[in-house]
Ligand binder design. Structure first.
Ligand code: PMP
Length: 381
């Protein structure tokens, strides 16, 4: 049996989520914008899902705008905010997902980058350096998709508020894994995505406080508070709602289990030669661990593990294929050679301790074989 340890890339659809979606994939028809009973049924299903997603993040239902996923939410936030507030500056952290960083970088010199420290944290002095009186939006993610590092957002939010800036956070990896409190935190916008929490791919949300000035980027309809034109993907939205409900109910149980797996893996890795665990002193998501193996290339290591039927990621799945080191590890000043050897393990609720044992045994073999061949090479020179 193959072992899947890449749950930050995507998770398997929960069977209960699939069952909730199925009626909306055939039996029940109607466009949610239609006023007849068929339409109203679809609309009701969307509104119920909106309540569930709102509960998961501690927001009010009317603050939830459904989108096609984390990427669209981040693009809508950056470009929609910029369209409404031309001339004001935006500060984003150096470790953001590319779906936030790239649209920000496209705005050229209107954007300031907030530096990270060696532990992957964004601290107030870095924020202070990136913000001036022209800045009106700050974006710092809740938890990083590669290292799993969780930010202490409260001080950053306070600083942003004192400087009259709106605050956005990408909580795509945090939602469903740690408790979130949109309403109580002073955050004005938050990104979430269903397929990271056992929901369907292709649906997410931008949670928005109505004080945040933003323009829509897609035209031709008034759906989703007039912020996202287009007929809603009802089965996906229903699935997102169900996944959010389950994530909320099972969060503690899943987190406890994943901490155990993560900690056992971390202990085992530290017993192997040449392995460094990134950001191991920082508070991290319960399911995520990223490490480097001195003298190895991450992509090669990934393929060697794949041959042993173990699926992990090298750096971020969304940027794999590139050979340059991950921008997150670069921002944390990890030396290029070590950053290039990075492997990310991200557990899901279906993993067990035997998956940890299989990974450790595979890594042990791969590293040992490599060291033996290095010794043989040295002997033959
Ligand atoms: N933000 C973060 C932190 C992510 O990890 C991802 C997914 N890799 C995204 C945004 C993009 O989400 P989606 O796949 O739903 O577009």
């Amino acid at each position: 049996m193959a072992v899947y340890l890449d749950n930050n890339a995507t998770t398997a659809l929960d069977e209960r989520v699939l069952q909730a979606m199925l009626p909306y994939m055939g039996q029940v028809t109607g466009n949610p914008s239609s006023v007849h009973r068929f339409g109203r049924l679809q609309k009701d299903a969307i509104e119920q899902a909106r309540e569930s997603v709102a509960r998961l993040v501690g927001a009010r239902a009317e603050q939830v705008v459904f989108t096609s996923g984390g990427t669209e939410s981040n693009n809508l936030l950056i470009n929609g905010f910029y369209q409404h507030n031309r001339g004001s500056r935006i500060a984003v952290s150096a470790i953001e997902h590319m779906s936030l960083l790239e649209p920000a970088q496209n705005l050229g010199d209107m954007v300031d980058i907030i530096e990270a420290d060696e532990n992957g944290h964004i601290n107030n002095s870095a924020l202070e350096q990136a913000v001036d009186e022209r800045t009106s939006l700050v974006s710092v993610m809740t938890a990083n998709n590669e290292t799993g590092v969780i930010q202490d957002l409260s001080l950053l939010i306070d600083f942003a508020a004192e400087n009259n800036c709106f605050f956005h956070t990408d909580a795509t990896q945090a939602a469903g894994k740690i408790a979130l409190d949109f309403a109580g935190s002073g955050i004005h916008a938050m990104t979430v995505s269903a397929h990271k929490l056992y929901g369907p791919v292709g649906v997410g949300a931008l949670i928005i406080d109505k004080r945040l000035p933003i323009k829509k980027l897609q035209f031709g309809g008034s759906q989703e508070k007039n912020l996202r034109a287009g007929t809603e993907n009802v089965p996906a939205i229903v699935g997102f709602g169900k996944a959010a409900e389950l994530a909320m109910a099972e969060m503690q149980m899943n987190a406890r289990k994943m901490y155990q797996l993560r900690d056992a893996l971390e202990k085992g890795l530290k017993e192997l030669n040449e392995v460094s665990v990134f950001a191991d002193r920082a508070e991290r998501l319960p399911n995520t661990l990223q490490f480097g193996v001195n003298g190895f290339d991450g992509e090669t290591l990934l393929m060697q593990l794949d041959r042993k039927a173990i699926a992990v990621s090298s750096g971020s799945a969304c940027t794999s294929g590139k050979t340059e080191p991950s921008h997150v590890l670069k921002a944390m000043k990890v030396p290029d050679a070590l950053a290039n050897s990075a492997i990310r393990v991200s557990f899901g609720k279906h993993n067990t301790m035997s998956d940890v044992e299989a990974l450790l045994a595979a890594l042990h073999d791969i590293i040992e074989i490599n060291q033996q061949s290095a010794v043989m090479m040295a002997a033959t020179v």
